[in-house]
Write a protein that binds this ligand. Structure first.
Ligand code: HEM
Length: 395
C-alpha cells in the first residue's frame, strides 16, 4: 500500500495562509447553514474510504470513467461540493496550482467539526489528487446502513480501523441528517427502537413515498457536535439500523456507555481516528477493485459467509455454493428488488450493475462469477435500500 508523506506544515513555504482561508470559508458556510458542517465531514469520509483521501469524490464523470458522485451511497445524498469549489478558487487565486483538493476537503472536515462545537486536531497535509475515480469502489467500500455490527466492524477493518475506532468515527452522526429511505425499514420494522421516537419519525417518513424527507441523525442536538449520539443510542434512539447496532447487547455497548458518560474521551478518540482516516492512501500495485488476486478472493470469500447469513441470504447461499445458478425467486432479498421493478429484464440490468453477478438474458437466473466478496454484499445492500430512489432517477 502506498503511503503519502503528510505533514502539518506542508504548505508553510508555498501557501502559508491556506488553513486560515479554509477555516473562514467553512465558518461562513456553516453559519449560512449549520448542516453544511455535517455534509463536509461526510465528504471527507467518502473521499478517504474510496481508494484513499485523493479528492476522487469531487470528480465529475468523464469519457474515461464514471465518477463517484452517482454511486448509490452518494447520489442525491452527498453535499458540500459547491463549498469546496469556492474554497478551491479562493486558494487558487493566492497560491495557484499548489494546494490539493483532497487537502481542502480534509481541512474543511476539521473546521466543520470545530465550528459545530467538536474537538480540534492537527490536520495533516500533502495529499495528491487523483485524476480518476471509481463508482464501483464507492459502492463497494462505503458501509451501508443495513449492516449489522459484524459487517460494520469488517468494513472498517478492511480500511485498517479497529472496532473502537469505528465506534468513535460513528460519533460523526451526532450532526447531520439522513433521508427517509435510509431509515424507513428501521422505523417500521425494528423492535430495538424507542416506540415514541419511531412514531414521531413516521409522520415525516411514510411507509411509501417521501424518500428524500429528512430527519436528524442526532434527535436531541442535530447541529452540535457533542456526545448526544451515544446517549441517544442508550435510549434506543439511533436513527439508522447501523447506528443502533453499536448499542444492541454486543461488544461495543461498553464503549457507547463510556462515550455517553465521558465526552472528553469521545472527543479525543474521535480526533485521533480522524487523523488516521485522513491518512488513508490510494492503494498502489494490485488494484483493490475487482479483487483480482486469488488470496484476496479467498480471504474475503470467507468473511462473506458470515455477512451473507446476516443478510438472510443463507438458504440461497448454500445453493449458490453447489449449483452456481439458482432461480431468483429463492433468494429472499431479491424479492424486494423485484417488487420495485416492472420486468425481469429490468431486474437483470440492475443486477448486472453489481458487477459480480451474471444474469441470464431473460432475467430469471443469476450466477456468481466467483465467491461473493464483502464488497459484493455491500453494494447489494445499498441497492436494496436505495433502489426505489434510483428508479425515480431514471435507471
Ligand atoms: C459506521 C458506518 C457508517 C454508515 C453505515 C453511515 C451511513 C450514513 C447514512 C446512510 C447517512 C445518511 C445519508 C442519506 O440518507 O442521505 C449518513 C450521514 C452522515 N454520515 Fe455516515 N455512516 C457511517 C459512518 C460515518 C463516518 C465514519 C462519518 C465521518 C467520519 C460519517 C459522517 C456522516 C455525516 C456527518 C452524515 C450527515 C451528512 C449530512 O447531513 O449531509 N458517517 N451516514
Amino acid at each position: 500500500m502506498g503511503s503519502a508523506q503528510l505533514s502539518s506544515d506542508y504548505y508553510s513555504g508555498t501557501c502559508p495562509d491556506v488553513l486560515t482561508t479554509i477555516e473562514s470559508a467553512v465558518n461562513t458556510a456553516v453559519s449560512n447553514e449549520a448542516r453544511m458542517g455535517a455534509s463536509l465531514l461526510r465528504l471527507h469520509f467518502h473521499d478517504c474510504f474510496v481508494n484513499g483521501c485523493d479528492g476522487s469524490v469531487l470528480l465529475d464523470d468523464t469519457t474515461n470513467f464514471t465518477g463517484e458522485k452517482t454511486a448509490v451511497p452518494n447520489n442525491n445524498s452527498l453535499r458540500g461540493f459547491d463549498v469546496i469549489d469556492t474554497i478551491k478558487s479562493q486558494v487558487e487565486s493566492t497560491c495557484p496550482g499548489v494546494v490539493s483538493c483532497a487537502d481542502i476537503v480534509a481541512a474543511a472536515a476539521l473546521y466543520s467539526v470545530v465550528a459545530l462545537g467538536g474537538p480540534s486536531w492537527t490536520v495533516q497535509l500533502g495529499r495528491r489528487d487523483s485524476t480518476t475515480a471509481s463508482l464501483t469502489a464507492a459502492n463497494n467500500n462505503i458501509p451501508a446502513p443495513t449492516l449489522n455490527l459484524s459487517g460494520l466492524i469488517t468494513a472498517f477493518s478492511n480500511k485498517g480501523f479497529s472496532a473502537n475506532e469505528m465506534v468513535a468515527l460513528s460519533g460523526s452522526h451526532t450532526i447531520g441528517q439522513a433521508r427517509c429511505t435510509s431509515f424507513r425499514a428501521r422505523i417500521y420494522n425494528e423492535t430495538n427502537i424507542d416506540s415514541q421516537y419511531a412514531t414521531s419519525l413516521q409522520s415525516n417518513c411514510p411507509s411509501a413515498g417521501g424518500d428524500n424527507n429528512l430527519a436528524p441523525l442526532d434527535t436531541t442536538s442535530p447541529t452540535t457536535f457533542d456526545n448526544a449520539y451515544f446517549t441517544n443510542l442508550q435510549s434506543q434512539m439511533g436513527l439508522l439500523h447501523s447506528d443502533q447496532q453499536l448499542f444492541n447487547g454486543g461488544s461495543t455497548d461498553s464503549q457507547v456507555n463510556t462515550y455517553s458518560s465521558n465526552p472528553d474521551t469521545f472527543f479525543s478518540d474521535f480526533a485521533s481516528a480522524m487523523v488516521k482516516m485522513g491518512s488513508l492512501s490510494p492503494l498502489t500495485g494490485t488494484s483493490e477493485e475487482g479483487f483480482v488476486g486469488k488470496v484476496e478472493d479467498e480471504e474475503v470469500g470467507l468473511g462473506m459467509r458470515r455477512r451473507t447469513a446476516a443478510m438472510d441470504l443463507s438458504s440461497a447461499e448454500e445453493k449458490w455454493s453447489t449449483h452456481h445458478e439458482v432461480p431468483i425467486n429463492v433468494v429472499a432479498s431479491f424479492k424486494k428488488i423485484k417488487a420495485a421493478i416492472d420486468s425481469h429484464s429490468q431486474l437483470a440490468s440492475i443486477l448486472r450493475n453489481s458487477n459480480k453477478l451474471v444474469v441470464s438474458e431473460d432475467g430469471k437466473k443469476i450466477r456468481r462469477q466467483h465467491p461473493l466478496t464483502g464488497s459484493d454484499f455491500n453494494i447489494l445492500s445499498w441497492i436494496l435500500i436505495y433502489f426505489s430512489v434510483a428508479c425515480v432517477c431514471g435507471t
